[in-house]
Design a protein around this ligand. Structure first.
Ligand SMILES: [Zn+2]
Length: 309
């Protein structure tokens, strides 16, 4: 990792006809990463800045030249600590939980979506949901096995007129359904915006009549990872054998909407499934689901048991 980064820095300065001994770059990186526990991406930036100062090169000159960051697609992000350019649309802005973060959410292009973090001290322009941008000099990183990008002081953001179509990549996951969360079963949606209503109230439009729908917010556990899954009406009907009409009847008879959720939980909880569908943020949007025999699904436990021997 350090050797690779050092090589990148050496080559990058080499393009500007500046030869820096690679062991000098390496030892600076090593010190930051190993001794001071600086994150790899920060260390990279800090070492580059050190040599820019040392050789009197304006930062603007260095970062606006080609060669430092390569232009790639979202699904090509497979390593961390890489400087890249992306053309992408802001899919979602999330609630910000930390003052050092200016904005956080999801951006995407035709190959998929990725989480982004825009640091407050980067002083970059504000992003608007649904707008497309050219993101230059952003850095890839990984957190809990998933890739994300960060936008820092050397990043540039430019709004573009083109409307990027966000595509998705299908993934497969198998495991036990260990939880079915509140907001599952027979629900009502806002007729204006399709949001699920909570006690008859839409977060955007207030108290509305709404229309009935079925869905399941499931948690699937394969023994290593806990995966959230969203199951739409069509797949829910197929999975539970309960149609929307039947669900409405059940709720009317019992004078209780929750009875549907109870029935579904009884049927599905603890069973093993193979699910398939596009990944959106922390969810898999389930398009197909097949039950697995418990023995097959017990594979993971068996493997884990073997490893402990
Ligand atoms: Zn609404």
């Amino acid at each position: 990792m350090i050797k690779e980064t050092a090589k990148q820095i050496e080559e990058r300065f080499g393009k500007m006809d500046i030869k820096i001994p690679i062991n000098e770059i390496e030892s600076r990186l090593e010190k930051l990463v190993n001794e001071f526990k600086v994150p790899a991406e920060e260390a990279h930036r800090s070492v580059v800045n050190y040599f820019l100062k040392e050789y009197n090169i304006p930062r603007g000159d260095f970062y606006t030249q080609d060669g430092e960051a390569s232009t790639i697609k979202v699904n090509e992000i497979t390593t961390d600590g890489k400087w890249v350019n992306l053309t992408a649309k802001v899919a979602q802005l999330w609630d910000n939980t930390h003052e050092s973060i200016d904005q956080v959410g999801l951006i995407g292009d035709e190959t998929g979506t990725i989480k982004f973090i825009k640091w407050a001290r980067a002083e970059l322009p504000g992003l608007v949901e649904g707008k497309s941008y050219m993101f230059k000099n952003v850095v890839t990183s990984s957190y809990q096995g998933r890739f994300e990008i960060t936008m820092n002081r050397t990043s540039h953001i430019e709004e573009i007129q083109e409307d990027i179509e966000i595509g998705t990549v299908d993934v497969e996951f198998e495991g036990a359904m260990v939880d079915i969360q509140a907001g599952s079963g027979l629900i009502k949606r806002c007729t204006e915006c399709n949001r699920a209503l909570i006690k008859g109230v839409c977060g955007e439009h207030g108290k509305v009549e709404g229309t009935y729908d079925l869905r399941i917010k499931a948690v699937i556990d394969d023994g290593l990872i806990v995966q959230d899954a969203l199951v739409n009406r069509e797949v829910t009907e197929q999975l539970t054998g309960i149609t929307l009409d039947e669900a409405k009847q059940m709720a009317t008879q019992e004078l209780n909407q929750e009875v549907v959720l109870e029935k579904m939980t009884e049927k599905l909880l603890g069973k093993y499934y193979l699910i398939n569908g596009p990944r959106l943020d922390r969810y898999i949007l389930v398009e197909t689901v097949s039950p697995l025999p418990p023995m097959e699904a017990g594979k993971v436990d068996a493997l884990l048991a073997e490893l402990e021997v």
